[in-house]
Design a protein around this ligand. Structure first.
Ligand code: GLU
Length: 439
């Protein structure tokens, strides 16, 4: 069996971390199994769906690297829904209803008042049809046997269909509700695995009967625990949970995916650099049942850890013009996000304000300058400079390194000095040492 998954957002808003996670799981499972990942735009609601959101969703998925193998739009498939609906009608599995929302609400209250489950009560087939009212349509659930499936995350699931209302599938004006078109599409597109949030568990129960009524074997289901924001920890820097925002903030897409792939599972969040690595370790059996907590700080941490090891080739096109591999290697270990690189590049190659040093520190830097002049700069200038300076001054530790860092970078702290000095080169380093020594 070739695995086919789908991510089915409604284009009524931008993606946020919750639906990005669902998209990711669908993507990773398909990738792991050598299958296909589809994007289905659920745009049957023509008032709330917009072309802008449709485009933004595709953009965001591309940015994340979760590019689908194919895209379908529900709004282009109404003919198919009509044909399948007619079949269900002919088989008596959908039927016309005429109650107003007020009547239904009243009935619900009466049932609840009597301590009964508020399940929709079917009318007799020969009940009078109110005049001048267009029907809406419900799917007739079979009341036996119980609906059961083995969920890939939640395990054995069982529903008593007698306790479920026949769901409305179509409105008076002919427009579709979500449930039935989704099943028709899943059948038509050969979806083998439906991976989505656990808020859809009871939908799955009724949809399983729809698959059967349409003559199809239901797909496998995996209902993931919902993603919730870690209380009170909404980082000011990440600001919000939207894709757009994370992108504007300069978060590496793979860092976000590293976090989203693993939170709520028994596997640790790790700074993996590729979707293939995430796909290899993807496993529904590691998913927990409790809500997964999303903490933006975790994304920041994994983002930094990732940058510290990212090679030049994978970032070169996003660095300021003229930044070399040596610059990247010298600075990456100090970055929290890639946008910080430009500031450090300026520290490395731009003009810095010479620091004000004390008397002893100035002497030390003068000595450093004399040594630096004679060094072999093609080897390891930092090691050679520090060793020689240790020998001639007898100083070590902070006393030695702090004035050197200040003189060479104008900063109290920053990237490791060895690659930094090598990337800076003799000329600039000498000029900075001399400027600090003579100030
Ligand atoms: N458009 C539905 C939603 O966003 C799709 C659910 C599904 O995956 O079937 O909730």
């Amino acid at each position: 069996m070739t695995v086919v998954t789908r991510f089915a957002p409604s284009p009524t808003g931008r993606l946020h971390v919750g639906n990005i996670r669902t998209a990711l799981h669908n993507f990773l499972f398909a990738r792991k199994e050598g299958g296909t990942f589809l994007l289905r735009i659920d745009d049957t609601d023509r008032e709330r769906s917009t072309a802008e959101f449709d485009q933004a969703i595709r953009h965001d998925l591309d940015w994340l690297g979760l590019t689908p193998d194919a895209i379908v739009r529900q709004s282009e498939r109404f003919d198919l829904y009509e044909r399948e609906f007619e079949k269900l009608k002919a088989a008596g599995r959908v039927y016309a209803c005429y109650e107003t929302p007020e009547e239904l609400e009243l009935r619900r209250k009466v049932l609840l008042g009597r301590g009964l489950p508020p399940v929709y009560e079917r009318k007799a087939a020969d009940a009078p049809v109110p005049e001048g009212r267009a029907p809406h349509w419900r799917f007739r659930l079979d009341h036996d046997p119980p609906i059961a499936w083995t969920d890939l995350i939640r395990g054995e699931q069982k529903f008593d269909p007698k306790l479920l209302s026949d769901p409305v599938v179509r409105r008076e004006d002919g427009s579709w509700l979500y449930l039935l078109p989704s099943v028709i599409d899943d059948i038509d597109l050969g979806i083998t695995h439906v991976v989505r949030g656990e808020d859809h568990v009871s939908n799955s129960a009724v949809q399983i009967q729809m698959f059967e009524a349409l003559g199809s074997e239901p797909p496998q289901f995996a209902h993931e625990a919902l993603l919730v924001a870690a209380e009170g920890k909404l980082s000011k820097r990440l600001g919000s949970y939207g894709a757009q925002h994370l992108r504007d903030e300069g978060v590496e897409p793979i860092a976000l995916l590293d976090a989203l792939a693993r939170i709520g599972t028994s596997q640790p969040v790790e700074p993996l650099v590729s979707l293939d690595e995430l796909a290899e370790t993807f496993d529904f059996s590691t998913f927990g049942r409790a809500p997964a907590h999303f903490d933006p700080h975790e994304v920041e941490l994994v983002n930094a850890r990732l940058l510290h090891h990212l090679d030049y080739a994978s970032v070169a096109d996003r660095l300021p013009a003229g930044a070399s591999e040596a610059d990247w290697l010298a600075l990456r270990g100090n970055l929290e996000r890639i946008g910080d690189f430009g500031d450090w590049l300026a520290v490395l190659h731009g003009n810095i304000e010479p620091p004000e040093l004390g008397h002893d520190e100035r002497l030390l830097i003068k000595e450093a300058s004399a040594i630096a002049r004679t060094l072999d700069w093609s080897a390891e200038p930092w090691r050679a400079l520090a060793d020689a300076l240790k020998r001639t001054t007898g100083k070590k530790g902070r006393e030695l390194f702090h004035p050197l860092r200040l003189a060479l970078t104008g900063r109290e702290s920053g990237p490791e000095m060895a690659p930094l000095l090598a990337a800076m080169g003799k000329e600039r380093a000498m000029a900075r040492l001399d400027a600090a020594a003579s100030r």
